[in-house]
Design a protein around this ligand. Structure first.
Ligand SMILES: [Zn+2]
Ligand SMILES: [Zn+2]
Length: 100
């Protein structure tokens, strides 16, 4: 799992020392965003001027996929908790476990 946090001024992606051009805009609650520093190639634009780090891109894609499928009632909870990435992560983990 990609870890978010203050890892210094260079790109936070693994083994990448490029200088940063973007911050991760993924909401982590309390009107805060992930803010991980990202270079050009590791900042993924999911909407105009909205960039996600590699780890949050995975969550975002999973969330989009599950929302599109509307497979389980848990999606309703996720919609209410869109900014609660921990809830998404938890549901994602449960999802993986049920597929095993
Ligand atoms: Zn990078
Ligand atoms: Zn992030």
């Amino acid at each position: 799992m990609f870890l978010c946090g203050d890892l210094g001024p260079h790109c936070a992606a693994e083994n990448c020392a490029a200088s940063t051009a973007y911050l991760c805009d993924y909401p982590v609650g309390d009107d805060k965003t992930c803010d991980l520093s990202l270079c050009n190639s590791h900042a993924y634009e999911v909407a105009p001027n909205i960039h996600y780090c590699p780890g949050h891109l995975v969550l975002w894609q999973w969330y989009q996929m599950r929302t599109a499928l509307s497979e389980t009632p848990r999606i309703d909870d996720l919609v209410r908790n869109l900014a609660d990435w921990q809830a998404i992560e938890r549901a994602m983990r449960e999802d993986e476990e049920t597929r095993r």
